[in-house]
Design a protein around this ligand. Sequence first.
Ligand code: PTT
Ligand code: SF4
Length: 619
Amino acid sequence: MHGWNGKILTIDLTNRKFSESDIHKDYLPEYLGGRGLAIRLLWDLIKPGTDPLSPENCLILATGPLTGYPLPSSGKLVIAAKSPLTGGYGDGNIGTRAAVEIRKAGYDAIVVKGAASKPVVLYIERGKVEFWSADDLWGLGTHEAEEKLIREYGKDVGTLLIGPAGENLVKYATVISEYGRSAGRPGMGAVMGSKKVKAIVIKGDNLPEPADRNELIKLGTEALRKVKESKNYDFWMRQGTMATIVWSNTNSVLPTYNFKEGVFEYADKISGDVMEKMKISQKGCPNCNMPCGMMVEAKTDLGAVKAELDYENVAMLGSNIGLGDLDKVSYLNNLADDLGIDTISLGSNIAFAMEASEKGLIDEKIEWGDFKAAVDLVKKIVSREGIGALLAEGVKYASEKLGGEATKFAMHIKGLEISAYDCHTAPGMALAYGTSPIGAHHKDAWLISIEIQMGKEGRLSYSLEKAEKLVWLQNVRGGMFESLTTCRLPWVEVGLDLEYYPKLLKAATGITYTWDDIYTVAQRIYTLIRAFWVREYLASGREWNRELDIPPRRWFEDPLTKGPFAGAKLDINGYNKLLDKYYELRGWDSRGIPRRSTLEKLGLSFAIPELEKLTKLTP
Ligand code: PTT
Ligand code: SF4
């Protein structure tokens, strides 16, 4: 075998044991790695209906056949589990040295199961796992805890850790690495916390041997050079994802006041240009020559901090909560990283509380743009105090508890808070959120950039071609990149030719994958993830229906009141037409459940008996 290690490390926390096993011979060629391997392992290892915060859930760290090799932006890792926030499949993709070290330690994936009785640090090398006490780290923020780990283990290790949010099982706690990389929006940090794992430290030695080392190095070097020669490179290096603030505002999609509007009157105060003036350094993931981690120094009444800014963080903790001051937004961003909580869901929960306060649905007075109230609320959420205990469960739960009108402005899909694009004027992007395999996240399909290029009429249309584009984007981004596992930004942001990827895959594994083969792998992954959601919902006594793929009522009922698209909102009939087309293209029925014939065609027949115990499958 080339390009993969072919091995999984399983760590059983309950019994403080570990074992190595060979990965089933078909899994790697059929699912590639990363997300593909993670969903197959979750399907196999988790009993239907498992409580996500119980020892029976598994936390999976999965790499792919390109991870760690000298080619563009290859230091990425998928962290997956059954999500405590949504009850379905959850994952996140983190750029960290830990990704490379896992591969170098001889594994394609690590499965962490059971639960420790006391806080632990897991130290992993090839063929070795040590369980160290984490008593001195439990309760610490991720910044201080990581510093201690580096002092203890040295700089040449990979680290993954949780903050107090993960320890306190906040449902949107994430896993953090390298002072501000964050992954696993649907509560992967809470799953790690439920297992009492404060940190995982990994040190490897050698990457698996590729099938054709010379070819891999030749292609990788050439692709790295192409990245640098791109015409967008210089601007990207100045602003990274922060350039999107102005773009989103100009195009009326910047989430503002809890997704009420798409334009923000203070957008110029939180823009990429302002960030450039605050920038002190730039950092990146392993093997990346277009580093997007924009480190800024920010000063506020509450103190000075250093923070890593990205578009999503700034939009959700800035315009979406009415805060037009990048120093203060940076403070909140840094607090989220230190506490180990997702900035997107956090911004949505703060905005939800502000709107609920405005409407008199809660007793607390939390006004739009009130920085100190927001900081106070974050601390309450993480310690689960007062209103924070409700919001620690996410906006879906909080809105159902408050009842009535609250569910209309709880901005989530399937329980995951929507990331930073307002969709009053973007039906295709709304569909991308509706059908994202982890709940409302943009990573699988950034259809909005295509929609905006279609001009006003095209953008507002419900043309079925949008569903076709969506499936293609999902297959490339959420299927291929999440499984290879490399960063997609060299392609998305500086236009690296996609044709490099099948070639690199061949050089790594020795197997020829045509684009049709890659799309089939992606279809398999999306369909198995969907089967997992259906299985987990029905086995937990929850209903499954197409309503779960429909965005919140706000976008259909409350038109925009500002900007060039004032008066615009989504149309439910148009949306349902797109959704039907999407299901048809995926081979799912009108409930959004994979058809029996689709499961058979994609080599997923093993899922049929389990699903048939729970529902009648459409032929
Ligand atoms: C990702 C989501 C994103 S997507 C952002 S900003 W983005 C937020 N970042 C957070 C953060 O920071 N701190 C925090 N406490 N919470 C945060 N939550 C949000 O998490 C990230 C980059 C980015 S920056 C993007 S788009 C791309 N995402 C990729 C992806 O998903 N797959 C892939 N193959 N390549 C990608 N490249 C880019 O990676 P999640 P990271 Mg992240 C401070 O994890 O759960 O997927 O959510 O991983 O290493 O930080 O890189 O404008
Ligand atoms: Fe990491 Fe950004 Fe480079 Fe992607 S572009 S590998 S997220 S630093």
